[in-house]
Design a protein around this ligand. Structure first.
Ligand code: PEP
Ligand code: MG
Length: 589
C-alpha cells in the first residue's frame, strides 16, 4: 500500500496504453550498468572470491528456474537459449581469468568480471563466424545478469515476479514485451519510449496501462514503492493518496461502462449513418492474437507482424514452423483475409536476436526489413514458401515492409516467383493469385507510389515509420516525442497523395500504423478515401462504434477541409471537434 507518511508526487509522461492500474513497483535496470571500481585489502581477497563463487551459484539457480518457467510457458525450443547461458556462466576460462585478475589487481570482483567479459565480447564481435557472433549475445546477457547479482540488484526478469506489479524500466525491448503476456505485469512505466515503439504497441494490445517518456522514473522509484499509472493522461502518481485512489476508481468504472457500450455491438459491421460499410481489420503478432481480433469484431487481419516468430528462439524458424503459424492464423479468421507482412527485423526489433549482433549507428535507417530479406534470399524465400502454402487454407495476402523503390519491389516479386516455382516443382498446393502489397512507410515510396502501383495489388500505409521518416523524428526517442506529429500537414498531404494515386491506379489502400487506431484520425483517413484500416484489437470496438455514429459524407468534407490547413494545432482542433460531435455524449462527465 501507499506509504501515508510520504507525499503524493505526480509525474507527467506520454500516455502510451490507456487504462488505470495501481500497485507496487518492480524496477528493472537495463541500460549500461555503472560498475564501481575499488581496491581491496589483501586480507579481503579470499572473501571477495568466495562472494564471486556464491554469486555464480545463485545465478546458475536463477537461470535454471527461468529455463523451467520458459519451457513450461513457451516450450522447449524457446528454453534452449538458457542452456547456452549456462555454458557461458560456467565457462572455466571466464571464471579463472576473473579470479586471477582479482588476485593480481586487488580490485573488486564486479570490476574484474566486467573487464574480462568485455574482452571476450570484443574478441567475438571482431570475428566473421556467425556462430561465434551469436555467442557474443549470450556472453552479454549472462554478464549483465551476473553483474546485477554481484551488485545486489533485484531480479530483472518479468517471469521472476511472484505478485502483480507495475514494471518500471528504462525502456521495454520487444523481447521483454514478449514476456508481458504471461507475466504478472499490470502496468508499465518507462524512462524512454514513445507511443509507436513495438513494446508499447504490444502493451496496448494486452490492455496493460502504460506511460512512457518519463525520463528518470527508474531513478525516482525503487522496487516495492506504490504508484498509480494513468494511461489515459500519461501520469504516474507516486504514493497516491486515498482521495486520488478513489477518484481513479470512479474513472475506471466510468471507462469500463463506456467500453461495455463499445463492446456490445462490436461484432456488427461498421456501417456509417449514410449506409457505407467500412472494413476494420486487426493487427497481430502471431496466431494467438487472432482470437482477440475476432472477439473484438475485426473483419480479418490487416497486418500480421511476423517478426515475433523470428525473435524468440536461437535460430531462424523453419519453413514448416512458419507455415504452421500462418496456417493457424488463416484458419482462425476464416473466411476473412490475413495480410501477412514479410519479415521486418531491424530498427527496434533487434535486441537479443541471434542474428543482429552488430550494433548499427542508425538502426531505423539501417539494415532493416526488406533490405535484410533481399540480402538473404534464402531466408526470405523460406518465409514466402511458408506464406504461400498457408494460402491454400484461406484468404492470404502478402505484404512487403520498408519498400523504398520500384526496383526493390520488382526484386521481391522475382524471389516470390521463385518461391512459387519451387512449390509447383514440389507439387505443393497454394493460391496462384495471392494479392501482393507494398507498405508505404518511406517518403520515397510515397513519392513513387504511382510506379509501385504497377507492380502490386494493394498499398498499406505504415504511419508509424512514415511519420518518423517524413519529419526526421525518431519514433522511440522520448526527447523529441512532441515533434512526432500525425497532425503535421506534411503527413496528411502525403497520405492524401498516396490514397489519390492508389485510386487512380486501381489499387486498394489501407492504413495500418497507430494513427489508424487513434479515433481522432479515423474519420479523416476514411474521408480521404482509405479502403480499410487495421488496428490493435483492443481499439476495434471503439472505432467501429464511432464509425456507426458518422456519415461518410461528413468525413469526406472534413478531409477536404483538413488537407488544406497549414497549422498542426488547427488540424488537431478540427479533428477533435469532429470526434467530440460524434462521441461527446458518451464522455460528457
Ligand atoms: C508502421 O510503420 O506504421 C507499421 C505498421 O509497421 P511497424 O510499426 O511494425 O514498423
Ligand atoms: Mg513500419
Amino acid at each position: 500500500m501507499a506509504d501515508r507518511r510520504k507525499k503524493e508526487v505526480v509525474v507527467q509522461g506520454v500516455a502510451a496504453s490507456p487504462g488505470v492500474a495501481h500497485g507496487e513497483v518492480f524496477v528493472i535496470h537495463q541500460r549500461d550498468l555503472e560498475i564501481p571500481r575499488y581496491d581491496l585489502a589483501v586480507s579481503h581477497i579470499p572473501g571477495e572470491i568466495a562472494r564471486f563463487e556464491q554469486t555464480l551459484l545463485e545465478t546458475r539457480k536463477e537461470i535454471m528456474t527461468l529455463r523451467t518457467e520458459v519451457a513450461t510457458r513457451l516450450g522447449e525450443g524457446e528454453a534452449k537459449i538458457f542452456d547456452a547461458h549456462l555454458m557461458v556462466l560456467e565457462d572455466t576460462a571466464l571464471i579463472e581469468e576473473t579470479i586471477s585478475q582479482v588476485e593480481a589487481t586487488k580490485n573488486n570482483v564486479e570490476h574484474c568480471y566486467s573487464e574480462v567479459a568485455q574482452r571476450y565480447i570484443d574478441a567475438f564481435s571482431a570475428m566473421e563466424d556467425e556462430y561465434i557472433k551469436e555467442r557474443m549475445t549470450d556472453v552479454r546477457d549472462v554478464t549483465r545478469r551476473m553483474l546485477h547479482n554481484l551488485l545486489g540488484h533485484q531480479g530483472e526478469n518479468l517471469y521472476e515476479m511472484t505478485s502483480e506489479r507495475i514494471v518500471a524500466s528504462e525502456d521495454v525491448s520487444p523481447s521483454d514485451a514478449a514476456q508481458l503476456e504471461d507475466s504478472k505485469v499490470i502496468g508499465v512505466v518507462t524512462d524512454a519510449g514513445s507511443r509507436t515503439s513495438h513494446a508499447v504497441i504490444m502493451a496496448r494490445s494486452l490492455r496493460i496501462p502504460a506511460v512512457v517518456g518519463l525520463h528518470d522514473i527508474t531513478r525516482r522509484l525503487k522496487t516495492d514503492d506504490y504508484v498509480l499509472v494513468d494511461g489515459y493522461d500519461g501520469l504516474v502518481i507516486i504514493n497516491p493518496s486515498e482521495k486520488t485512489l478513489f477518484r481513479y476508481g470512479e474513472l475506471k468504472k466510468e471507462r469500463l461502462n463506456i467500453q461495455r457500450t463499445f463492446d456490445k455491438d462490436s461484432l456488427l459491421p461498421a456501417k456509417t449513418k449514410d449506409g457505407t460499410t467500412l472494413p476494420v481489420f486487426g493487427n497481430i503478432g502471431g496466431p494467438e492474437d487472432c482470437e482477440g481480433v475476432m472477439v473484438n469484431g475485426g473483419e480479418g487481419v490487416g497486418l500480421f507482424r511476423t517478426e515475433a516468430l523470428f525473435m524468440s528462439g536461437d535460430r531462424f524458424p523453419t519453413e514448416e514452423e512458419q507455415f504452421q503459424a500462418y496456417r493457424r492464423s488463416v484458419e482462425a479468421v476464416q473466411p476473412h483475409p490475413v495480410v501477412i507482412r514479410t519479415l521486418d527485423l531491424g530498427g527496434d526489433k533487434t535486441v537479443n536476436s541471434y542474428y543482429f549482433t552488430e550494433e548499427e549507428e542508425n538502426p531505423f535507417m539501417g539494415f532493416r526489413a526488406i533490405r535484410f530479406c533481399l540480402d538473404h534470399p534464402d531466408v526470405f524465400k523460406e518465409q514466402l514458401r511458408a506464406i504461400l502454402r498457408a494460402s491454400a487454407y484461406g484468404d492470404v495476402r502478402i505484404m512487403y515492409p520498408m519498400i523504398s523503390s520500384v526496383q526493390e519491389l520488382i526484386q521481391a516479386n522475382k524471389i516470390l516467383e521463385e518461391a512459387r516455382q519451387e512449390l509447383r516443382d514440389r507439387q505443393v498446393a497454394f493460391d496462384e493469385n495471392t494479392p501482393i502489397g507494398s507498405m508505404i512507410e518511406i517518403p520515397g515510396a510515397a513519392i513513387v507510389s504511382d510506379l509501385l502501383a504497377e507492380h502490386c495489388d494493394f498499398f498499406s500505409i505504415g504511419t508509424n515509420d512514415l511519420i518518423q521518416y517524413l519529419l526526421a523524428v525518431d519514433r522511440v526517442n522520448d526527447r523529441i516525442a512532441h515533434l512526432y506529429m500525425p497532425n503535421h500537414p506534411a503527413v496528411i498531404r502525403t497520405i492524401d497523395h498516396v490514397i489519390k494515386t492508389a485510386k487512380k491506379h486501381d489499387v486498394e489502400v489501407g492504413i495500418c500504423g497507430e494513427m489508424a487506431a487513434d479515433p481522432i484520425y479515423v474519420p479523416l483517413l476514411y474521408g480521404m478515401g482509405a479502403t480499410d484500416i487495421s488496428v490493435t484489437s483492443t481499439s476495434l470496438a471503439e472505432i467501429k462504434y464511432m464509425l456507426r455514429q458518422m456519415k461518410l459524407k461528413d468525413a469526406q468534407e472534413l478531409a477536404a477541409k483538413v488537407v488544406k490547413l497549414s497549422d498542426p494545432e488547427e488540424i488537431y482542433m478540427t479533428l477533435t471537434a469532429f470526434y467530440a460531435k460524434l462521441m461527446g455524449e458518451l464522455f460528457k462527465n
